[in-house]
Design a protein around this ligand. Structure first.
Ligand code: ADP
Length: 399
């Protein structure tokens, strides 16, 4: 019988979920995809089938509390009615931080959950929400198997030199090192590329996950060798509201000379910087591209400039570049940003096919381009489902 897996990506104000079905070890196939937004303000849930048709929609009154337990209880009950007799084999979660301990997905047990909780100080804005979802599912369905899939895991095999900061060893021993994020997205891209373009996948590729959070990953033969996010999700590219790389001296200046508190600097760098901070208009790339405000243009220019600067650095880590892959909201949908970013990489031999880029084709480099440029829609939920099925089938084999 086909098995179903529920993939969950739980954030502070939204939870994305997807149900995949799989038969006899075949690739999981999407059956339901949904999202609840506005948790804590005015929750709104929509679930769609694989063709995008709305299956259910619900709004909660403003201020009506929606606890994780109530939400997952309702969701799992609703799924029981919509799985067409398929067995829900388990739930897979996106967990932002796996630290040094988790270089691969793990089954959730009291021990592994405690291990993940211990990593909360490394990702205080994300990890608590990820773990709240695990606890809520365990509360309403204690017998349902749960698997934790880590955003850091794909980068765990990077060369030591790419993982280090130039700080004393004792700090590194306490976990202060470069981890990298968006790993489930990059792993999906690597697998997909190996299918559609195996020779490129075997080479030196930079994948660009450009969403509200944005990073680049240098991959050699499908493995991560370097990435722009590091100890936290603040590092690297300009993002929607996050600053990206910044001189650490600027933070010291804010604290020591300007009298800022650590909390206000945290809010500045995570919530008030990036595209929003520079433009003063919006954190949303689409809104900036549509705006007439010169500062919106300035923000987009800076985004492209820093993209190219970081891509240059990763090309050095790779010793050259064969391919560039764009993904996520901006990477998949904004030809103007792809064009601005690629123009700055002409020195590397990147030549876009402008018409293919505008059309949103899968292959957007010109025939003579030294670097193959592709657009690949990412699918982190699918990656979570694959890991979850794999781990559960291994568990069955050993019991
Ligand atoms: P998240 O990191 O929250 O998952 P997404 O991957 O959904 O983010 O990406 C969101 C970003 O993608 C926003 O900046 C949004 O404006 C941008 N985006 C989505 N569609 C378009 C589009 N058609 N043109 C330009 N930007 C777009």
């Amino acid at each position: 019988m086909a098995q179903a897996i529920l993939s969950l990506n739980a954030g502070s104000s939204s939870i994305k979920f997807a149900v995949f079905k799989s038969e006899q070890q075949a690739d999981p196939v999407l059956s339901v995809a949904g999202k609840v937004e506005g948790i804590g303000t005015a929750p709104h849930l929509v679930a769609r089938d694989s063709r995008g048709a709305v299956l259910t929609e619900r709004r909660w009154d403003k201020g009506q509390a929606l606890t994780h337990e109530a939400f997952f209880g309702d969701l799992l009950d609703w799924l029981d009615e919509h799985l067409d007799g398929c067995d829900l084999a388990g739930v897979g979660h996106r967990i932002v931080h796996g630290g040094e301990a988790y270089a691969a997905p793990v089954l959730v047990t009291p021990e592994t959950l405690a291990g993940m909780e211990a990593l909360t100080p490394l990702a205080p804005l994300h990890q608590p929400h990820n773990l709240a979802a695990i606890r809520a599912v365990a509360d309403v369905r204690p017998d349902l198997a749960q698997v934790a899939c880590f955003d850091t895991a794909f980068h765990a095999g990077q060369p030591e030199v790419a993982r280090r900061f130039a700080i004393p060893h004792e700090l590194e021993d306490r976990g202060m090192r470069r981890y990298g994020f968006h790993g489930l997205s990059y792993e999906y891209i690597a697998l997909h590329l190996a299918r559609i373009d195996p020779s490129l996948a075997a080479g030196r590729v930079i994948a660009a996950h450009l969403g509200n959070g944005a990073s680049l990953c240098a991959m050699q033969g499908g493995r991560s060798v370097d990435t722009t996010m590091s100890f936290t999700t603040l590092d690297g590219l300009v993002m929607g509201t996050r600053s990206g790389s910044i001189d650490p001296g600027l933070i010291l200046y804010l604290l020591l000379q300007e009298g800022c508190t650590a909390e206000s600097v945290q809010r500045l760098l995570y919530e008030r910087s990036g595209l929003l901070g520079v433009s003063g208009v919006s954190s949303d790339m689409r809104a900036l591209l549509e705006s007439d405000d010169p500062r919106a243009d300035e923000a987009v220019e800076l985004f492209a400039y820093r993209f190219a600067r970081e891509a240059g650095a990763l090309t050095s880590s790779l010793g050259g570049l064969d391919g560039l892959v764009f993904t996520a909201g901006i990477g998949e949908n904004a030809p103007a940003v792809r064009a601005l970013a690629c123009r700055r990489l002409t020195w590397l031999g990147v030549v876009l096919d402008d018409e293919a880029n505008k059309r949103g084709a899968a292959l957007i480099s010109a025939p003579g381009s030294a670097v193959t440029v592709r657009v690949v829609p990412t699918d982190e939920e699918q990656m979570i489902a694959r890991h979850t099925l794999h781990l559960l089938s291994q568990r069955q084999e050993t019991t």
